[in-house]
Design a protein around this ligand. Structure first.
Ligand SMILES: Cc1cc2nc3c(=O)[nH]c(=O)nc-3n(C[C@H](O)[C@H](O)[C@H](O)COP(=O)(O)OP(=O)(O)OC[C@H]3O[C@@H](n4cnc5c(N)ncnc54)[C@H](O)[C@@H]3O)c2cc1C
Length: 391
């Protein structure tokens, strides 16, 4: 393999970044790899609901980057990347330190999008990080002051809104009235039919109030203002509003103009930035050219991370790169305490079996670590080859 002078730098150590780093290292032990993340721990977001409900401990799904990269020969630094210069091949960290790179993998993920709706930033809770789930738990654990509404509004009936509403209902039973607000006429617009039907049944069984065709107009410190199908505004007091209605890419500043679609970075089928073959962009922040869109999921980010590791090697060796093809291995959904729904590779499961399977499958997806979800479910994992194909 050709030698390179400066390191391969990976910015963002989530699903895309960790997989790119570990897969590249596995097959190329002689290259210098530097991973930079603003956090100290990996966040396994698909299991955030179970951390919230205390079915899984946070340490099981938030391993430190130190433990993930120890003895791997990969250097990890905790820092925030604020600016990237693609032409001069350097990035600037929050303390103005500059880092040069030969090749760059950018995988900085996404955060909640408030769509500039008044009051969302000030008055809503979010559910995107471990810190968010801790904050939400603290707020919901408080007693309801006399005269205050017991209504919770969860905004958005995508996977996050539906999964969270089921856990909140199970955890707080009769304390709150749980409402899901959805601006279209359907829940889980991009999900598999089986999971959608299971979720609809569960929402009914749990008496969660589903408000379809409503969108949030404004939120203030006392009321949520919702606009209905006929554009009339309905007001309601609330105890808590939880925003799960959309995400936007986390992007540092760039010294060059680059092409974006809906603020996501446009990439070619080899996952490279247009005009910069030494830069790869993966995960939630990327958009494939020619309107080829992949779901915005951990599954895609992980597969892209693995693919980048392969293409990086080909690029360094001046060989022809391979286009990325997403393999849809299915979809899993948490539907309350001890319950889930799975649809993948022609198989469908729901209930307790699906809950156990979901946990096993996710355990097998955890990055290489010592004490973690892997060890606590080790007896399950011995059987994981049975489920090898799914997710
Ligand atoms: C509650 C929840 C549940 C989910 N459930 C599922 C599910 O069941 N199945 C599924 O497939 N997907 C699920 N997802 C989506 C999935 O988590 C994301 O699609 C996935 O994390 C994207 O991977 P990524 O590598 O692009 O970004 P991330 O995994 O978010 O990683 C981005 C990393 O970049 C770091 N970073 C960001 N900006 C900077 C910067 N400027 N400098 C340094 N570091 C930076 C962040 O700290 C983070 O570690 C869920 C998401 C949420 C929030």
């Amino acid at each position: 393999m050709n030698n390179i002078k400066k390191p391969i730098v990976i910015v963002g150590s989530g699903f895309g970044g960790v997989n790119a780093a570990l897969h590249f290292r596995k097959n190329n032990p002689d290259f210098s790899i530097l991973v930079i993340d603003k956090k100290t721990q990996f966040e396994f977001k698909p299991l955030l609901y179970e951390v919230f409900s205390d079915e899984i401990k946070s340490w099981e799904v938030n391993p430190s980057f130190e433990s993930i990269y120890s003895n791997s020969g990969i250097t990890f630094i905790r820092n925030y990347v604020k600016l990237i210069d693609f032409d001069k091949k350097f990035l600037t960290l929050e303390d103005d330190l500059k880092v040069q790179f030969e090749y760059l993998v950018l995988s900085t993920g996404s955060s909640p999008n408030d769509f500039s709706i008044r009051g969302v930033r000030e008055y809503c809770s979010f559910f995107n990080t471990n810190k968010d789930q801790l904050n939400l738990k603290k707020r919901l654990d408080k007693n309801i002051p006399a005269g205050k509404s017991n209504k919770i509004f969860i905004i958005g009936a995508g996977p996050s809104g539906v999964e969270l509403s089921c856990k909140v209902t199970d955890l707080y039973k009769s304390k709150f009235e749980v409402n899901i607000v959805e601006k279209t006429s359907e829940i889980l617009n991009n999900s598999k039919i089986f999971n959608k039907e299971e979720a609809e049944k569960t929402i009914k069984q749990k008496n969660i109030n589903l408000m379809k065709n409503y969108s949030v107009f404004e939120i203030n410190d006392e009321q949520i203002l919702l606009s209905n199908n006929s554009n009339q505004i309905e007001k309601s007091p609330y105890f808590e509003v939880i925003w799960t209605a959309g995400i936007k890419p986390n992007l540092p500043e760039f010294n060059q103009q680059i092409q974006k679609i809906n603020n996501k970075i446009l990439i070619n089928s080899n996952l490279q930035l247009q005009d910069y073959p030494n830069i790869f962009v993966i995960g939630d922040i990327s958009q494939l050219e020619n309107n080829n869109s992949n779901p915005v999921t951990a599954q895609v980010a992980m597969q892209q991370g693995e693919h980048v590791a392969l293409n990086l090697k080909l690029l360094i060796n001046n060989e022809k790169l391979l286009p990325f093809k997403f393999i849809d291995n299915g979809e899993m959904m948490s539907l309350g305490i001890g319950e889930a729904s799975i649809s993948g590779l022609g198989l469908t499961f729901s209930g307790k079996l699906a809950y156990d399977l979901r946990r096993i499958i996710y355990a097998s997806k955890m990055p290489k670590i010592g004490k973690s979800l892997k060890s606590t479910t080790s007896w399950f994992l011995e059987k994981k080859s049975i489920f090898k194909g799914i997710l």
